[in-house]
Ligand binder design. Structure first.
Ligand code: LR7
Ligand code: MN
Length: 579
């Protein structure tokens, strides 16, 4: 294949190898039914070797690759489904372990080519956009801790195969002290034939923040692009991320993050008009929300970048010098969390901007839980969030602190980070809220806040349990004084609010009053309108919230009765209603 004289021949060779590989993979998958153990192992080994060979010669063909019309499993971003019941007991075990170790379906990921094709999901308008003639060259930084081999390689290949070589200076992958065997020798073999790919390793488990810092210090590109280790970049993904930076080096740009299904690895495109921007709640957790109307109006074309108050964190481009000037990340943050909001806030507060590029599509495997180990006996997310709040939030930090009951814990020293903010003469958080995120809900404007304690049983509080398969929005639970699930706000317009969710009640008008539900707040009053008077929580329909006298966990709506102490609740009033 290497020696094939013409492009056409090389493509043919490539496609042949691909077909063989897919055949082998299927063989590997189905072998269990009709082959003895030895043969199965042989088939698997053969498939592995074949993969390695393909990768050895592949760099030659980097840009032929995408022209191939491939038909293997998962090609074009299609879903791969297998029936677990059809697998042999041995394979079934592998299947289960794949889920257990990764919190996604590794078994399926392993079946799919690490260089699979994706459909071009861009809006047709995107192909007409003219980019700035001097786009910065780029270092792509991919960090990982115990990532599955197939998802990691697919991330790297998607960068190599679908970035213009002119723009891609290098790919730095940083192993954050993985202890999975294959991430050592085998990974080195895997990446050896990849031009431009450099592997770094941390000396101990650093967490994603310091792992990214390590990558950033080694980078030589003008721009940096960070990716998680289970991503797939789609056609034309890079230019729209770099274009705003070429125009304003203080812009940081995120792609439209597509969902790669954690079970089937389907990569589906999002229509450009459904693009969402980033926000956060006062637990300092990132969330998505609709692009506000004023922003839709500001933009001239649907392909124009959208201003976003925050970024999700894993996937973004930034000018390297600007990232350095901004003090990169806070190296005092551990493992996971907080760094995304820290960077978002300081970008805006310190004279930069954060944009979402609607023409850049990058997939990410969203997981329902974290598969890797976390430090015991310390709450790293809280530590990171307190560091971020101390430095960037001014008095608004108290909204977060209320939610953790002012138990800040040991968050280390942040004086360096405060100096950084001084030095850069960054604007206030109030400026950020007023100008960049005016839609944000401000708890200080609410009437009551905190835990809601029953008077019939003084040790019991309202609790928004997060129990799956339960449509009950609130239960009762022993008061724990930690805020969290027992932190409720009564807003000016009568919502009982928990961050973006509001208690919502539909009276069934039968003798059984209906359930209280938790719904996205709609600020239309209606079913989300409550009154707190005479220590009773009354809904617009006239029913009152009552704790069961016999079932400690049960809260229900009932006809109001001021004499019933199970309908009386203590809730703290806000003294100062202005921020
Ligand atoms: O100790 C660690 N060391 C690491 O190197 C822990 C993690 N990591 C690596 C890990 O292998 C992965 O590549 O760090 C990356 C992110 O970890 P994930 O995939 O467990 O995180 P996530 O996708 O659940 O989390 C999102 O929020 C994080 C907050 O700290 C990071 O900013 C992630 O990059 C971010 N991911 C995205 O933004 C993708 C879009 C998801 C959303 C919303
Ligand atoms: Mn991730």
């Amino acid at each position: 294949k290497e020696q094939a004289p013409s492009l056409v021949d090389r493509i043919a060779a490539r496609s042949l190898i691909d077909r063989i590989r897919n055949a082998l993979k299927f063989k590997q998958q189905h072998a269990d039914h009709d082959h003895p153990v030895e043969e199965r192992f042989k088939a698997r080994e053969q498939a592995r070797k074949m993969n390695a060979q393909i990768q050895v010669v592949a760099p030659e063909l980097e840009h032929d690759h995408k022209h191939l019309n491939k038909t293997g499993p998962g090609e074009m971003g299609n879903a791969v489904r297998i029936k677990k019941e059809d697998l042999s007991p041995e394979e079934r075990k592998k299947y289960d372990e794949g889920w257990k170790n990764n919190a996604f379906n590794q078994y399926i990921s392993d079946i799919i080519s690490v260089r699979r094709s994706l459909a071009d999901v861009r809006d047709p308008e995107c192909k007409k956009v003219e980019f700035h003639p001097n786009l910065p060259d780029t270092t792509v930084i991919i960090i990982f801790h115990n990532e599955a081999r197939s998802t990691l390689l697919r991330t790297i290949w998607s960068v190599i195969d679908r970035s213009s070589p002119k723009l891609l200076k290098e790919v730095i992958i940083v192993d954050d002290f993985s202890d999975r065997e294959y991430l050592h020798k085998m990974l080195e073999d895997d990446i050896a034939p990849m031009k431009k790919v450099k592997l770094l390793r941390t000396q101990k488990r650093e967490g994603l923040i310091r792992a990214r810092l390590k990558g950033a210090y080694a980078a030589t590109g003008q721009a940096l692009v960070f990716l998680d280790s289970h991503c797939e970049c789609a056609e034309g993904w890079l230019e729209p991320l770099l274009d705003p930076i070429a125009r304003n080096p203080k812009a940081s740009v995120v792609p439209l993050i597509e969902i790669i299904d954690d079970s089937t690895f389907e990569f589906r495109g999002t229509p450009i008009q459904n693009i969402q921007v980033g926000g956060f709640d006062w637990n300092l957790i990132f969330n998505w929300h609709m692009t506000p109307a004023h922003e839709m109006k500001r933009r001239k074309n649907k392909t124009d970048p959208i201003r976003s108050p925050t970024m999700a964190g894993g996937l973004f481009a930034i000018d390297r010098a600007w990232f350095e000037e901004l003090g990169m990340y806070d190296p005092g943050m551990d493992i996971w969390g907080g760094e995304n909001l820290e960077l978002s806030f300081k970008l805006w507060q310190c004279g930069g901007e954060l944009l979402c590029a609607p023409c850049s599509h990058v997939g990410h495997v969203f997981r329902k839980r974290s598969p890797y180990s976390w430090p015991k006996n310390t709450n790293v997310i809280k530590k990171n969030s307190v560091r971020l709040a101390e430095v960037w939030l001014d008095d608004y930090k108290n909204y977060y602190y209320e939610r953790i009951n002012f138990a800040l814990g040991d968050y280390g020293d942040v004086s360096d980070r405060k100096q950084l903010r001084e030095r850069l003469q960054c604007k206030s958080f109030k400026w950020y809220i007023d100008n960049i995120f005016p839609e944000q809900f401000i708890p200080g404007e609410s009437l009551y806040y905190g835990e809601v304690r029953n008077q019939g049983k003084a040790t019991i509080c309202l609790d928004s349990q997060e129990v799956e398969h339960s449509d009950k929005a609130v239960i009762a639970y022993p008061c724990h004084g930690q805020g969290g699930n027992q932190f409720f706000l009564l807003t000016k317009i009568g919502e009982i609010r928990r961050e973006e969710k509001c208690l919502d009640y539909i009276s069934t008008k039968l003798k059984e009053p209906g359930q209280v539900r938790s719904m996205l707040c709609h600020s239309q009053r209606g079913n989300q309108m409550w009154f707190y008077e005479h220590e009773m929580i009354r809904h617009a329909t006239g029913y009152c919230m009552e704790l069961s006298a016999t079932q400690d966990r049960d809260v229900f709506m009932a006809p109001c009765n001021p004499l019933n102490k199970y309908q009386r609740w203590s809730w703290k009033q806000r003294i100062n209603n202005s921020t």
